[in-house]
Design a protein around this ligand. Structure first.
Ligand code: NAP
Length: 349
């Protein structure tokens, strides 16, 4: 189902701008985050108005000014501090036609699995419940993760698809609690939150439809506020620690999973929001398997001397070391339905 447009050519499967001059906004939760800020930018570029949620008014004001400086004045925000509040989004959804839900904890300032799981699941259900009370809402796109799909298997043995679900992390967390690998805490939170969303749809059959996006490791430029290295989002913070010499050769050459560029991830979201045929589907996006060494070689290439002058302590690792075999994520569904071919590989560093 396409997002309805005032004065639009309804029924079109195109995602060309249809709502210029629109006053009814799209709600984007966690709008001050890394991925969400790109999603907002692309929606603003297409003429949509955005109501973002943020936990922090200062960040909201910063984002508003950042978009204004880029020539877009249809970004506004509302403060939603607690994802675990059952009515967290009750007011935020009023008058919106569509929602992109990105807010979910992805940081290591956690003590137990529930520090991830509770806000991830409660926030997702809360968005769906709020949307069920706003008849205007036609579509919700949720930022899930490849974490909800992959399981640890023999490297190179498996090609995952959107039909797969990660049960392993849930089992590990149930069995070992705080002693489970911390990445399983996060992965379990994403799996349980996404499952809760599809279960809600099945059980309640609301009038809106749902799409989920499952990105792997996301890198690429940041446009949101990151006042200090400590406030960088997790995937960028990891890369930053290589640029500032805080990692080892071994870290550099270790399998790092699957890479995709934040701009491709954001384009996936905006397409998924607009294309009728995306309804009811999960979509992945994947550029390549990688090690951080691949990106370090790029920074150390003589043609990128400007990067090295900014980050002179960048880890060198083992130049040119081959990427070891790793499992893959077949994203042909995104290619076919959303028309997304990852395009930013060479610019990721
Ligand atoms: P991010 O910049 O940290 O964004 C996360 C957003 O969620 C922030 O806006 C954050 O608000 C909000 N949030 C986190 N915990 C919250 C809580 N308890 N209550 C309210 N809001 C909360 O990280 P990101 O990388 O853009 O992640 C966005 C989404 O993409 C997440 O759902 C994440 O799981 C998913 N994802 C990320 C990657 C990746 O590699 N980056 C890969 C796959 C999926 P504050 O700004 O106030 O902290």
């Amino acid at each position: 189902m396409p997002v309805p447009a005032e004065g639009s050519t309804s029924g079109s499967s195109s995602d060309t701008p249809r709502r210029r001059g629109l006053t009814v906004p799209v709600l984007v939760t966690g709008a001050s985050g890394y991925i969400a800020s790109w999603i907002c930018l692309y929606l603003l570029e297409q003429g949509y108005a955005i109501r973002g949620t943020t936990r922090n008014e200062k960040k909201g004001e910063w984002m508003k000014q950042m978009y204004k400086d880029r020539g877009y004045d249809k970004f506004d925000y509302t403060v939603v501090t607690d994802l675990e509040n059952d009515d967290a989004f009750g007011e935020a959804v009023i008058g919106v036609d569509a929602i992109v839900h990105t807010a979910s904890p992805f940081h290591w300032n956690v003590e137990k699995p529930d520090d991830f799981i509770k806000p991830a699941v409660a926030g997702t259900v809360s968005v769906l419940k709020a949307a069920s009370k706003e008849p205007r809402v036609q579509r919700i796109v949720i930022t899930s993760s490849y974490a909800s799909i992959l399981e640890n298997r023999e490297p190179g043995s498996t090609t995952f698809t959107e039909a797969d679900w990660n049960q392993q992390s849930i089992d590990e967390v149930n069995e070992k609690g705080v002693d489970a690998w911390r990445m399983h805490w996060y992965r379990a939170s994403k799996t349980l939150a996404e499952r809760a969303a599809w279960d809600y749809m099945e059980k309640n059959k609301p009038t809106f439809d749902l799409v989920t996006i499952c990105p792997p490791y996301v890198l690429g430029p940041i446009i949101h506020e990151a006042a200090s290295p400590g406030s960088l989002n997790t995937s960028i913070a990891n890369w930053y620690s290589f640029l500032t010499g805080q990692k080892t050769e071994e870290d550099a050459t270790a399998p790092a999973g699957i890479l995709c560029d934040v701009r491709d991830v954001a384009r996936c979201h905006t397409k998924a929001l607009l294309l009728p045929e995306a309804a009811g589907q999960r979509f992945g996006i994947a550029t390549r398997t990688f090690t951080l060494q691949v990106l370090l070689d790029h920074v150390h290439d003589p043609s990128n001397a400007h990067l090295l002058s900014v980050f002179p302590k960048t880890v060198r690792g083992v130049p040119g070391k081959e990427v070891p075999p790793q499992n893959w994520f077949d994203c042909s569904r995104s290619l076919k339905t959303l028309g997304i071919t990852p395009t930013h590989e060479s610019r990721t560093a």
